[in-house]
Design a protein around this ligand. Structure first.
Ligand code: PAU
Ligand code: NA
Length: 584
């Protein structure tokens, strides 16, 4: 029997998928019609700065748990064993540092956009460059996020590709435009629960069908899937304890420390304490999310390690990475109507929660950083209308980006997967430069950001062109024999094998740097270049040691350069006194 034929959706599955969309729409409508009815930018972009830590923390994990991660991590564990699990170590510092360094600075400055910090600390051009970099990164990312799950679902079940893209894109645009950040956060809460439920259901059924936990354990142990800690210091090794546990911290900081989507949620918290608490609560939830994905990869392995199952399943599993997990799920859940629908809902929840954050944060930075500075007389009503228009436009742009992603070649797609390491790193670097190095000046910051981006794209594009770096590889060997593979896939694997066999030298070695180091490499490049250029062009000041110093020096710089505390009108009373106190 052709495996492609038997994998189809029942009515119940379609109903569950539709329920996800309807419930998300419902939450959007509720927040459009309740509370302040989305009539101020404070409500639309910052949820009235009234959120408590539980919804904020679930929303924080939903944002960067994309569908790419939901289907990619189990495939990674299946093919390479549990080494990737060690990224959980990076969550410790990757969340403690945002909680105690970045959140206090952003929260006490009472910002709306994280890039306001860059103007306060450096200058307007630095802020604009930061904003444009963020827009570039997020626009590329959202296209990939909505396209990847739709493509995988289409390949496995025949579910209409553009139907899925349009349904998710349009529904998400609607509820973000109607309900603002409150809707984004509360749909994230709902979608996180669906995500956990879907993964848990697959694991429970998978364990049961494989013959119980002991049997799963025996098979993954015999199949060598349980990886010990790999302390190999080679930075070109894809996943080792060092790349994951140290390089991963920088990735986490670029996502949870300075990314606008997350900063905006911290700023939407009632108090600074709630914001810090929410960051703490991300830790256990993110560990659960990671464990679910990893265990799912192991169950998948256990189920297919037995030779008797191979004849029917080997062919469909010779597929692209993201599709592998869907094959497994559909194959296993086909006799349990509704459950495959639940898992599809889980994958699309991951996609929706990521793009909704993207729409709202893009609308925020575009309004605050690019438009407002030129229209100082804009009324609140007009600003709110404009922010809704922006959220809606970015939603439609997401559909255009999904289409562009569709036209992209496989190597460009790989670049899109690496976008967080490549573009997130330089952004992290520029915030660190501002917060930890008081003598860094605006020229240094601009030079730093530029060189960080050049460095990131050089190594990122170089690795794709030379195909030496393992990233989330597009191809897996999943029980396939060479005969069954199409010609170009065989070539791709051949190239991959050759490149690992030959030790790369010189530039080749640089290009084969594990992509887990990209954030660290590019943020260090920003800081070092920024410091050198600042020393050459500016004056020296004292070293900042505490958060208070960091905030004080930001205000001092601002009052110094503009001559007055112009932010006073727009900020809260506490900041007003803070500002006045620190006026020189
Ligand atoms: C945030 C982490 C590192 C948590 O494991 C991971 O989910 C991640 O790399 N997320 C960003 C990219 C993505 O999920 O599409
Ligand atoms: Na998500």
């Amino acid at each position: 029997m052709d495996p492609l034929e038997r994998m189809h959706f029942t009515t119940i599955d379609y109903v569950i998928f539709a329920l996800l969309l309807v419930a998300s729409m419902g939450i959007g409508l509720y927040y459009a019609l309740s509370g302040g009815r989305q009539r101020t930018t404070q409500e639309f972009l910052l949820a009235d700065r009234s959120m408590s830590c539980l919804p904020v923390s679930l929303s924080l994990i939903a944002t960067f748990q994309s569908a790419v991660a939901i289907v990619g991590v189990p495939a990674e564990i299946y093919t390479h064993g549990t080494q990737y699990w060690f990224i959980g170590c990076a969550y410790i510092l990757g969340l403690l540092i945002p909680a105690h360094v970045f959140i206090p600075v952003f929260y006490r400055l009472h910002l709306t956009s994280a890039y306001q910090y860059l103007e306060l600390r450096f200058s307007k051009p630095v802020r604009i460059c930061g904003t444009l970099t963020f827009i570039f990164q997020t626009v590329i990312y959202m296209g990939v996020c909505v396209y990847t799950p739709a493509l995988a679902l289409n390949a496995v079940t025949g579910f209409d590709l553009w139907g899925a893209v349009l349904a998710t894109g349009l529904v998400c645009t609607l509820y973000t435009t109607l309900g603002g950040l409150k809707a984004v956060i509360w749909t994230d809460v709902f979608q996180t629960i669906v995500m956990f439920a879907g993964q848990l259901a697959v694991i429970v059924v998978g364990v049961q069908q494989t013959g119980g936990l002991a049997e799963v354990w025996r098979k993954v142990w015999e199949g060598n899937r349980i990886s010990g800690i790999d302390l190999n210091p080679d930075p070109t090794e894809r996943y080792t304890f060092w790349t994951l546990g140290v390089g991963g911290v920088f990735l986490m900081l670029s996502l949870y420390g300075v990314n606008q989507a997350q900063v905006q949620r911290y700023l939407s918290s009632k108090t600074e304490r709630e914001a810090i608490m929410s960051c703490y609560m991300v830790f256990p939830s993110l560990q659960v999310a990671l464990a679910l994905s990893c265990v799912m990869g192991l169950v998948m392995f256990a189920r297919y390690s037995s030779a008797t199952l191979l004849p029917t399943i080997h062919q469909p599993l010779c597929v692209l990475y993201p599709q592998m997990v869907l094959y497994f799920v559909m194959d296993m859940l086909q006799d349990l109507p509704g459950l495959s629908g639940l898992f599809i809902a889980c994958v699309f929840s991951a996609a929706l929660s990521t793009i909704s954050s993207a729409f709202n944060s893009l609308a925020t930075v575009t309004l605050e950083d690019l438009i407002k500075p030129h229209c100082s007389s804009m009324t609140e009503a007009r600003a709110t209308l404009l922010s809704k228009g922006l959220a809606c436009s970015y939603g439609l742009m997401c559909l255009a980006m999904a289409y562009l992603t569709h036209l992209m070649s496989d190597s460009v797609l790989q670049a899109a997967f690496k976008i967080f390491g490549m573009v997130g790193g330089p952004l992290l670097g520029i915030f660190c430069l501002g917060m930890f190095f008081p003598w860094a000046n605006s020229t240094g910051a601009l030079a730093g950001l530029g060189s960080g981006l050049v460095m990131a794209f050089w190594v990122g594009i170089g690795s794709i062109v030379t195909r030496t770096s393992g990233g989330p590889a597009a191809v897996s060997h999943f029980n396939c024999t060479a005969v069954q593979l199409s010609e170009n896939i065989t070539t791709a694997i051949g190239t991959a094998l050759n490149s690992t066999a030959v030790q790369p030298m010189g530039l080749q070695r640089f290009y084969s740097l594990s992509f887990m180091w990209y954030s660290a490499l590019s943020s260090f490049t920003v800081v070092i270049t920024g410091l050198i250029v600042s020393f050459l062009t500016g004056r020296g000041e004292l070293l900042i040691i505490t958060i208070e110093d960091a905030i004080r020096s930001t205000w001092a710089h601002h009052t110094h350069s503009s001559g007055l505390c112009s932010l006073v009108e727009t900020t809260s009373k506490s900041n007003k006194t803070f500002c006045n106190k620190n006026k020189y």
